[in-house]
Design a protein around this ligand. Structure first.
Ligand code: AMP
Ligand code: MG
Length: 344
C-alpha cells in the first residue's frame, strides 16, 4: 500500500471520508498529537487500529467528534460539572470520560462501561470530523510504545505502507496528548495529565482530583493506558533529577569512553552545563508550553543522533509540567509499571 501525505482540503477530505466509510484508517492532525482515525461504529475498523499500532487490547480508545455533534448519541449521562468543563475548554485538549454502554463498537472501550470523548480544536481535525459526521476513534498515530507524532512526517515514519492517507495539518502546537478526565463520579478525576491542568479544572468546577492507581490492591485500573511504558525513543535512555547534574555528567563521560554517541535533553537554559565535544544537546525550551510542544519532536530527533539519550528533568514540576514529566518519565523507564512486582 502506498501512503499519501496530503494537505487538508476539499479533495483530501473527500478521499479521507471514502476511506473511513469503507472501513479504513486515516491519520489526522490535532492540536495535541496526530491521531490514527477509524469509524467508532465499525468493529473491524476499530480492531484494525489496535492491530496496526500493536496496541495492547486492554488500552481503550478516545472517540473524537465535531464541535456540533450531539453527544447524547454516544454517552448515557452528562453530569452538570462536565457541561461546565465542555463550555470552558472545548473544543480543546481535554478528553472527558462519560458513562456509556453499547453505543459504539464494543472494541473501543475494551470492556469498560464508559466512553472517552474529545472535541479537538485543530481546524483540520474539525473539517475532517464535519466531513464524516460520525465519531472517530483516534489514538495517537505512533506504533505502540514509540514516541507520539507531532508532524505528518512522524506518522509516515511509523506507518509508511500500512495506511493509505495522512492528512497533513502542520506541526502540532500542543505537543502532548490531551488531559483525560473521568466524569463518572461526584467530582472530575484526572486520569492522564495534559495541557488542561488540575488547577484549571478546579477553578471552573470547584474540585478536581488526580487518579493514582493502587496496583498493590489488585484493583481494576480505571485507565489502562496509564500503565504502559510509552513514548519511548529507540535508543538507550537515562533520566536524571534536575539537581543530579553531576551524576549525569559522570554517565556522559562513561558512555563517551565506551564509544557511544551521547545526546542530552534538558531545559534550554542548562545546555551550557552539558555541552562538550561529542555531546549533542537537545534544548527543550524554557517555558512550560515550549517544553510540551518540543518534547516528542526531540525524543524522535534523538533516535537519529545518539545511542544514549541522557534526560535531565526540568526544574518546574507544576501545571503543564505534570504532563510533560509524566511523558518524559515513561519514555525513559525500563519496564511497564504494570509489570513491576508488588512491593511488600
Ligand atoms: P491515546 O489515544 O494513545 O492518547 O490513549 C488514550 C488514553 O485515554 C489512554 O491512556 C486510555 O487509557 C485513556 N482512555 C480511553 N478511553 C478511556 C475510558 N473509557 N476510560 C478511561 N480512560 C480511557
Ligand atoms: Mg498514545
Amino acid at each position: 500500500m502506498q501512503t499519501k501525505i496530503l494537505p487538508v482540503d476539499k479533495d483530501s477530505l473527500t478521499e479521507a471520508k471514502n476511506i473511513i466509510f469503507s472501513g479504513g484508517v486515516v491519520a489526522i492532525p490535532t492540536e495535541t498529537v496526530y491521531g490514527l482515525g477509524a469509524n467508532a461504529f465499525d468493529d473491524d475498523a476499530v480492531r484494525k487500529i489496535f492491530q496496526i499500532k500493536g496496541r495492547p487490547n486492554d488500552n481503550p480508545l478516545i472517540a473524537h467528534v465535531h464541535k456540533a455533534y450531539d453527544l447524547s448519541q454516544i454517552v448515557d449521562e452528562i453530569p452538570a460539572y462536565a457541561i461546565k468543563l465542555q463550555q470552558a475548554f472545548l473544543p480543546g485538549p481535554l478528553t472527558l470520560v462519560y458513562p456509556s454502554k453499547n453505543k459504539v463498537s464494543k472494541y473501543v472501550s475494551c470492556g469498560l462501561d464508559t466512553l472517552a470523548v474529545r472535541v479537538p480544536s485543530h481546524e483540520g481535525a474539525q473539517a475532517f470530523l464535519k466531513e464524516v459526521g460520525i465519531p472517530i476513534v483516534a489514538p495517537s498515530a505512533n506504533l505502540s510504545r514509540h514516541v507520539s507524532p507531532t508532524s505528518a512526517g512522524h506518522v509516515y515514519d511509523d506507518f509508511n505502507g500500512k495506511i493509505p492517507l495522512v492528512l497533513d495539518g502542520g506541526e502540532c502546537v500542543g505537543g502532548i496528548e490531551s488531559t483525560v478526565c473521568d466524569c463518572t463520579g461526584e467530582v472530575p478525576v484526572i486520569l492522564r495529565p495534559g495541557l488542561i491542568t488540575r488547577e484549571m479544572i478546579a477553578e471552573v468546577v470547584g474540585a478536581c482530583e488526580t487518579y493514582v492507581p493502587d496496583l498493590k490492591k489488585g484493583e481494576k485500573v480505571k485507565s489502562p493506558g496509564v500503565l504502559y511504558k510509552h513514548y519511548s525513543p529507540r535508543c538507550k535512555t537515562k533520566l536524571y533529577a534536575c539537581e543530579d547534574g553531576e551524576n549525569a555528567r559522570l554517565t556522559i563521560e562513561r558512555e563517551l569512553q565506551n564509544g557511544q554517541r551521547v545526546a542530552v535533553l534538558c531545559e534550554t537554559n542548562r545546555v551550557s552545563e552539558f555541552e562538550r565535544a561529542g555531546v549533542k544537546c537537545l534544548p527543550l525550551g524554557n517555558s512550560q508550553e515550549e517544553m510540551a510542544a518540543n518534547l516528542y519532536k526531540l525524543l524522535r530527533a534523538a533516535e537519529g543522533v545518539c545511542d544514549v539519550l541522557i534526560g535531565i528533568e526540568p526544574k518546574e514540576k507544576d501545571g503543564v509540567m505534570i504532563g510533560v514529566l509524566n511523558r518524559l518519565r515513561k519514555a525513559c523507564c525500563s519496564e511497564d509499571i504494570a509489570h513491576e512486582k508488588p512491593k511488600n
